[in-house]
Each structure stands twice: as structure tokens, then as C-alpha cells.
Design a protein around this ligand. Structure first.
Ligand SMILES: CC(C)(COP(=O)(O)OP(=O)(O)OC[C@H]1O[C@@H](n2cnc3c(N)ncnc32)[C@H](O)[C@@H]1OP(=O)(O)O)[C@@H](O)C(=O)NCCC(=O)NCCS
Length: 203
């Protein structure tokens, strides 16, 4: 499976499933960008170095693959000009009468501010609302995370409320804004909207 590409200022953005051989590139970015990433990510056991070492990729890749096979998650890597530049995941997928999930993402500092996350979220939302059969996607974001809030705002996610002391992030329980989008909010799709606004072009 490959989603995209879309051209944005940072380069050509595409999404694909994670590969075993992604470990080297993944670890290099995550170790380099610790200060930029850690303040927004949920805590996890072990040190940042251990969790993001090249060897840590193998178990993570296995877990992501398992969740994907069970239909609980759509874990993808973001590539820019063919090189791994981040990750985007739809998780917590519930079917039945809810048909919903959450979306989470990060990109490396070398492409930050270049429209990559906006393009990645737009493509994944269209995938989930199309062949993925979902009706609603939500994202929870710390109010201090202006870049992430801007990504979601550009794509038309609406604020639904504040979750107080929601997630253990960077040493404390942090409030998070809940933003969401349903299929009714995106007639024609988000990629079409980005193209029409001139924020992206077809590669
Ligand atoms: C959030 C993140 C994924 C955004 O990725 P990105 O590829 O830089 O996003 P885009 O370039 O598509 O859009 C970013 C927007 O935020 C704006 N922005 C960036 N930093 C900002 C700041 N400090 N204050 C206000 N706006 C800011 C950019 O100008 C851009 O808006 P514009 O297109 O109107 O100019 C990236 O910053 C990141 O990985 N952060 C660390 C991990 C993280 O926060 N993940 C999300 C957790 S909810």
C-alpha cells in the first residue's frame, strides 16, 4: 500500500507501511530530534536513547504490524522525496456503530514547517473516510502545541472540548484539546481542499 504522493514546499510526501529496514533512518531522526519530540509524546518505560535506538525498532515494528493485522490501527511512515521523515498512525479503531479512531503524527526537524504533516493527515483522513470505512477521526493535542493545532485547523478539524490532566507527557499529567472531523465535514476530501487552496499540488 502507498498513499500519495502530494507535493508541498518540503518535497514530495507519501505514506507507506513501516518496514523492518526503516530502523536506521527512524532512529537517527528520533535521537537527533529528542528535544523537539519528547515534550509532546506520552511517557514510556526506559530512557529516550534506549526507546529510540536502532535496535528498538524491531519490537516496535512487530507491535505496529500486529495491531495493523488485527485492524486496530493503520501505522504508516511519512516519506519526503522517498526518505523516511516521520510517522503517522490511526489507532484505537472501533468499528460497528462508532467507526472511529484517533490520529497521531510526528515529523523530523529537517522538514518541519514545510507542509508535510498537513499533507500526511489530509491523505490519511481521505483514506480512512474512503476505503477505510471510518466516520470520525479525533486528535488530542496539548494547548501549547501551536504547530500541531495549526495542522488540524488548516484541515478543518473542530474543537470538541478539553480533556483535563489527560495524558502523562514530559513529566506531568497534561491537559489536551480534543479535535475531531467526521465525513460530513470533508465532502470531496481533504486533499482536494489542500489542492484548491494551493497548499499542495499533485506530484
Ligand atoms: C506538529 C508537527 C507534526 C507539524 O509538522 P509540520 O510538517 O511542520 O506541519 P506543517 O508544516 O504541515 O504545518 C505546521 C503549521 O504550524 C505553523 N507553526 C509551526 N510552529 C508554530 C508555532 N510555534 N506557533 C504557531 N504556528 C506554528 C506553521 O507555520 C504551519 O502553518 P502555516 O502552513 O499556516 O504556515 C511537527 O511540528 C512535529 O512533529 N512536532 C513534534 C511532535 C508533535 O507535536 N506531534 C503531534 C502531537 S499532537
Amino acid at each position: 500500500m502507498r498513499i500519495g504522493p502530494l507535493r508541498v514546499p518540503a518535497g514530495e510526501v507519501a505514506l507507506r507501511p513501516p518496514r523492518l529496514l526503516d530502523g536506521g533512518a527512524w532512529s537517527r531522526i528520533r535521537l537527533r530530534d529528542r528535544r523537539y519530540l519528547e515534550q509532546w509524546e506520552p511517557v514510556a518505560p526506559g530512557t529516550w536513547e534506549d526507546r529510540n535506538a536502532g535496535l528498538a525498532w524491531l519490537p516496535q515494528w512487530g507491535t505496529l504490524r500486529g495491531l495493523a493485522r488485527r485492524g486496530a490501527s493503520i501505522p504508516l511512515v511519512i516519506t519526503v522525496d522517498g526518505e523516511l521523515a516521520g510517522q503517522i498512525t490511526v489507532g484505537g479503531i472501533v468499528r460497528g456503530a462508532l467507526r472511529s479512531g484517533w490520529v497521531g503524527y510526528w515529523v523530523g526537524t529537517h522538514v518541519a514547517g514545510g507542509g508535510v504533516a498537513t499533507a500526511a493527515v489530509a491523505m490519511l483522513v481521505d483514506h480512512c473516510f474512503g476505503v477505510g470505512g471510518l466516520h470520525r477521526l479525533e486528535a488530542t493535542v496539548r494547548p501549547e502545541n501551536a504547530a500541531s493545532l495549526r495542522v488540524l485547523q488548516k484541515l478543518g478539524f473542530r474543537q470538541e472540548g478539553i480533556f483535563r490532566r489527560y495524558l502523562d507527557v514530559d513529566g506531568d499529567w497534561r491537559d489536551h484539546q480534543c479535535l475531531a472531523l467526521t465525513t460530513e465535514d470533508a465532502p470531496g476530501g481533504l486533499v482536494e481542499r489542500l489542492l484548491a487552496e494551493g497548499r499542495a499540488s499533485l506530484a
